[in-house]
Design a protein around this ligand. Sequence first.
Ligand code: NZQ
Ligand code: ZN
Length: 389
Amino acid sequence: MLGKFTYCNPTKLYFGQGAVEGLNDELPKYGRNVVLIYGGGSIKKNGIYDEVVKILKKHGKSVAEIAGVMPNPTTDKLYEGMEIARAHKADLLLAVGGGSVCDYAKALAVSVNCDDDPWEKYYLRFEEPTCEILPVGCVLTMVGTGSEMNAGAVITNPHTKLKIGHVFADERVMPKFSVLDPTYTLTLPHYQMAAGIYDIFNHICEQYFSGEDDCTSDYISEGLMRSLLHSSRIANADMNSYEARSNIMWTATWALNTLVSRGKSTDWMVHMLGQAVGAHTDATHGMTLAAVSLPYYRHIMPYGLAKFVRFAVNVWGIDPAGKTDEETAEEGLAAMENWMRELGLAMNISELGATKDMINGIADSTLVMTGGYKVLTRDEIVKVLEESL
Ligand code: NZQ
Ligand code: ZN
């Protein structure tokens, strides 16, 4: 294990069918004023909104609402929510939705009492909060981001075409509690389910493809990836399989709650490329990752060959006998590509709305990370993006 580290995850989880009852334990811990935050209306159609509001009323909460949080939440929506939460003197921010709604609630939590402009402070200068942080609770309805148990909050500034994630170091930004009921995810369209599955897979890859030392985190990652592959195939064939969907939900949480990054460096370059594509196209997060992944991994494979061989053998079951390391590693990526096609993922950025003349702009929006097997130059970023078209 590399270096010295701290591990603390304060988020309490309520998991399984009927987990929303956990709100009865949590709500009495906070003051009366709750801001209920949700997206474009899916929770009204599937009845989750009514269930949550009923419990809020039972506990005598005064509820203000921030509705219409869009996928890839924007700075303008953040400023709007700050006004609502301030006017309501919020004691608790309750997010009911997917990663966008949970991320938004966390961004709001550090912004409501902030004297500075939150975009500049948290997303351009990457500072930590110096103000009082509002508590956040989540009721998760879409699986993938891990936002339910981490301190990440991704916000898009459509005016400057930057989509930036800040993973706060301050664990007080993590949700105080999250409700994970797999049945809440059953109304997701296949496209969103598949995007979420790839998001989970890639979160694990981002933390796996780095480092050369022997690290427990990599073994945990391999187990999570194998479970995800197994369950994703079942869910792809039968979207109503509770067993598969519940395993996927639990895997998503552990894929990005800081556990598998302990004791190693991490990459995150696929996310930087995907987020830049997202900033220019507003495409679904998981699909942007899928569309750039294979060109990126094939590009960096020579620099981290031993890990790509291990990935092929331990995750994809490739038999290395009689093959060169390059052949084994490429067979692993080919198996990954087949699985991605099976799930119906976006395999290029053109199908997400990106065009050749956008490549330079997308490259300008791509932040460069230094923890993976190869620090990309500007030319390499352009090359990977062109190969992703
Ligand atoms: O807005 P509504 O009407 O609710 O519809 C949503 C939205 O259109 C729909 N949906 C959610 N639950 C549903 C449902 N539809 C039917 N039934 C349900 N039960 O799904 C659509 C997508 O929702 P969204 O929240 O945008 O998806 P996701 O969970 O993938 O979140 C994406 C955001 O999270 C960020 C992404 O960048 C993106 O902004 N990320 C956050 C991370 C973190 N906190 O650590 C890490 C990730 O890498 C990611 O960057
Ligand atoms: Zn992601």
